[in-house]
Design a protein around this ligand. Sequence first.
Ligand code: SF4
Ligand code: SF4
Length: 406
Amino acid sequence: MKNNKISIVKIKNNEIERAVFEALDLINAESLFNKNAMKIVIKPNILKSKEPERAVTTHPEIVRAVIKWIKHHNQNDIIVAESSGTSSPGVTEKAFEGSGIKKICQEENVNWTPFEKTERIKYDVKNPLVLEQFVSSPLLKEADLIINIPKIKTHWQTLLTCCIKNMFGTLILGNKAKTHARFSTLDAFSAALADIYSVSNPQLTVIDGYLCQEGKGPSKGEIVKLDLIIAGFDGVALDTAVCKIIGLDPQKVKYIEKAVEKNLGTSDISEIQFLGENLKDVSRKFKIPRKHPVSVPLPSWLADYMGNVVFRATIKFDPNKCRLCSTCWENCPGNAITPPEIIKKGNTPSWERKKCIFCYCCAELCPYEAVDFKINYVRNFLFSWAGVFFLIIIGIIVGVFLWIFL
Ligand code: SF4
Ligand code: SF4
């Protein structure tokens, strides 16, 4: 069983470094430094090139604080590594730059690299749920210690992105889209996330709960200044604790269930030893994406039907924001997006519902926040078999009424 300690520390007066040191000291994280000159890989969330204030990427000052804490314990072989969301060459370098994390690495004199700039090796997944093997950087194997620094954000597809989901970024560039395409259901994709996490399996996690996202996360959501640093060793327990803090039922986050199935940690709050702030005192309910908002008790087939049909989303491109940059159609795992015939301002890409696997990558990756998901409940219902049936019944009732009274 993994060490079950989790520390929760408030960031007061924007003093991030103090909060990070306190959170790590509370759980005695320095006990992980069991030899000199360890190779330490830091994995932040650098989804794309966005300024820190937009709360899409791990805040650079948290990366800086973790680097300083490592150096404080006389470890200097540090490398910050990530592979960003799209498949375009140079995209991760751009994201390192835009997120402010490259500058931090340079100022703190530590190495940084896109995973795709290293060698590539195959990793076998032990007891795979769905994914037997994947390709990533040798850094995962070479590291003596991997420190995950995810950010708390809601997510259209998985509802939450934090500890387990952040390690999906160890897949290199286009392999992420391929994995989405291969495991197109939420269940299968969540199992793949647990399989990937089981290989990288960071020994330490420091969660950026400073500026978070709620609602249409992970890149278009509203910013929440939660002012928290949460640290621990068990990513499953940490994701569960985050769910409790943001008012999300952990049982609705499929990858937590899959990670427990794989024995990667605990989702039982009673097994976790909390240190620092009290979970309840720091809770703040987040707006959760309403993908399948069927909360009334219904038979599961009806709830599924309602969720998949009546509440299904339609993808919209905002002509005022879209710059036809090609990111969405080049990275769509289902090939559901095509560019307009004429590339000119005001035109937008087209979307094919039949091919869409609703992975929400297009909204996640669009650099200009031009992709949105709309749910037209009435239209969805009327164009479904239930809607047709409903209209027939209404038609019969009206017919009988007219026959009797006219
Ligand atoms: S919707 Fe976004 S990602 Fe797609 S072409 Fe327009 S700007 Fe680029
Ligand atoms: S259109 Fe968007 S949500 Fe649908 S498969 Fe493509 S990237 Fe995923």
